[in-house]
Design a protein. Structure first.
Length: 593
């Protein structure tokens, strides 16, 4: 800071001494006349500014005499005086503690300096404005007073220093949510995209940062794509500069939030997925993390889900998934979850060794990681052989541990019960999850309809094809309570699950006898009659409603039958969300330059 202060003082001092020597010396044309090179007000302003720069401590350059001196010099026709004012502004705003909230009066001389034709004046004035734009209130005021147009003019300058400072200022202004759309509509995007191709690494870096900050607004994302930023950002992924890599990776991740942009990327950027996969091996953790997040957002589309696997994305992703850095593990878990949505990726993920690490993540202290891991395991458990592998890998113990956690997160509980419902369809699952029967029955009381439905579906799937129903008989009170509640609810989904489960329960002679002798029989009969009446009037206008009516009819018929023998179990049922594969995305934070 001492060198900066010396420079500002020296520039003003030298110019003042030069002006004074000529002003006070005789004219070459007339030894008795003087040339008034400076107006009296300008000479006073220079003198005042020198005095203020000498003292510095305790001087408020944003108001009063100091600001008046700077304003006078900024308005001068003398380029040297303009340079003095601009340089002084740049240096006082660079001092720690000086970047505070300012008013329009402070910005007026800076706007005058930004309008100068001199590159040195433009450079220093843009630097000063960029410093002021690190203050939240100043960001908004700067845009409100109309500075954007002046900055955009500077973006078109041929001077690299001017470009660098003007872009840096816009980058800082764009961190304000109130400014994002205004900047997007100001005509700044095309020049910013052009400067992101600059040969000067500093200009590139600032432009990439500005583009990143603009990607947090949906309208701006569309405009950026139309402005041709996508191929520029993809090219910047190979930049030797770590900040540029980070900014461009994060920008692409944010752009990939929009389905239309993902389609455009799929059609026009074959280099994108391989480049992002390579970046997962970067030493920089933040670049690693952003590359995984970008792949996660791209993997919201089935084409990218396949492309990531086909381009060798699984080995580095598996390594990141097992990272001790929570942010990396979370990003990888979210990405793998999206990849597992595509049926063609199930075997690849299992063969690549993801099952055991995913089960290990069920012990994570981060609830979001746990939810992603459970959801992925559920998606991978479609094939019978996959269900068995997952159960044999030790998932049941981890699930039991989660169920025993007091006040376990509802999102985790929803994913957990859905996963149990899927795994409970295989023979290994029926045996493994039987000790959890009472806990699942209690979960049917949940205030969350999804958790209650998933738990009931899990119970029904475990019961299908059983040879020994003694555990269900032992828990009849809880079983009867849940069935009664579901049958008398207003939810067709709960009707479906309970009626379908009853078809399996009555395969047990003992359970069938208990049901026939309980008030539950009346609930079943009334529900079946209501669906039959709707069917007679043609009011069952959905396949689900028609299916429920058919199940209810079959159930009543079986309950009326003397034959208690066990027939084959019917098709399995998914509770609320059990069969759904879910993807997700989020945008990233702003960055000040």
């Amino acid at each position: 800071m001492a060198s900066n202060t010396s420079r500002a003082y020296a520039v003003v001092r030298v110019y003042f001494d030069w002006c004074s020597s000529i002003c006070c010396g005789p004219s070459r044309r007339n030894h008795h006349l003087y040339e008034p090179l400076l107006a009296e007000g300008e000479r006073t302003a220079v003198s005042d500014l020198l005095r203020f720069l000498e003292v510095r401590d305790g001087i408020d350059f944003f108001s009063g005499e100091a600001l008046n001196a700077l304003s006078t010099l900024a308005a001068s026709d003398s380029i040297e005086l303009q340079r003095s004012a601009a340089l002084a502004f740049a240096e006082v705003t660079e001092r720690e503690g000086d970047v505070r909230t300012v008013d329009r009066e402070t910005l007026d001389p800076l706007m005058t300096l930004l309008s100068s034709d001199d590159a040195e004046v433009q450079r220093a004035a843009a630097a000063a404005l960029g410093n002021l734009a690190t203050n939240t209130e100043n960001k908004v005021l700067i845009v409100q007073v109309g500075v954007l147009g002046l900055l955009i003019n500077l973006l078109r300058s041929s001077n690299v220093e001017v470009q660098c400072n003007a872009v840096g200022c816009i980058t800082n202004l764009a961190t304000s949510d109130e400014n994002k759309q205004k900047i997007g509509q100001s005509g700044a995007l095309l020049p910013l995209v052009r400067l992101a191709r600059s040969r000067d690494i500093r200009v590139q870096r600032n432009a990439a940062g500005a583009l990143l900050n603009m990607t947090h607004d949906a309208q701006n994302r569309q405009e950026l794509v139309l402005s041709g930023c996508v191929p520029v950002l993809v090219a910047l992924l190979d930049s030797p500069d770590l900040d540029i890599k980070f900014f461009s990776t994060t920008s692409l991740s944010n752009l990939a939030v929009d389905a239309a942009t993902r389609r455009r990327l799929a059609q026009s950027e074959p280099r994108l997925v391989p480049a992002l996969i390579r970046l997962m091996d970067e030493e920089s953790l933040k670049i690693q993390c952003q590359s995984v997040l970008a792949l996660r957002n791209l993997a919201s589309d089935d084409g990218f889900q396949l492309a990531i696997v086909q381009n060798g994305g699984l080995p580095p992703l598996l390594e990141v998934l097992q990272s001790n850095v929570p942010q990396l593990a979370l990003a990888a878990a979210a990405c793998v979850r999206n990849l597992s949505i595509h049926a063609d990726n199930e075997s690849a993920l299992i063969e690549a060794g993801f099952v055991i690490p995913l089960i290990g993540l069920l012990s994570s202290e981060q609830e979001e990681i746990v939810a992603h891991a459970i959801s992925t395991l559920r998606n991978l458990a479609v094939a019978e052989s996959h269900k068995t592998k997952i159960i044999e890998a030790g998932i049941v113990v981890k699930m039991q541990d989660l169920l025993n956690i007091p006040n376990v997160n509802m999102a985790i509980l929803s994913e957990l019960t859905a996963c149990i419902a899927v795994l409970g369809l295989c023979d290994a699952g029926k045996i493994a999850f039987m000790p959890l029967l009472k806990r699942l029955l209690l979960l049917t009381r949940s205030e969350s309809v999804e958790i209650a439905a998933n738990s009931a579906a899990a119970i029904g799937n475990i019961a299908s094809g059983m040879e020994d129903y003694s555990a269900f008989v032992a828990e009849w009170d809880l079983l009867n309570e849940y069935l009664t509640r579901f049958l008398t609810s207003s939810s067709p989904n709960l009707h479906h699950i309970s009626l379908w489960s009853l078809l399996h329960f009555i395969e047990s002679r003992q359970l069938k006898t208990i049901i026939l002798q309980s008030p539950l029989l009346g609930c079943i009969t009334r529900l079946a009659e209501s669906y039959d009446a709707l069917q007679q009037t043609g009011a069952l206008d959905t396949p689900e409603a028609q299916d429920i009516a058919q199940i209810a009819s079959n159930l009543v018929e079986k309950l009326s039958s003397v034959d208690d023998g066990g027939g084959e179990s019917l098709i399995s049922v998914d509770g609320g969300g059990v069969g759904t594969r879910v993807s997700g995305w989020r945008t990233q934070q702003d960055f000040d330059i």
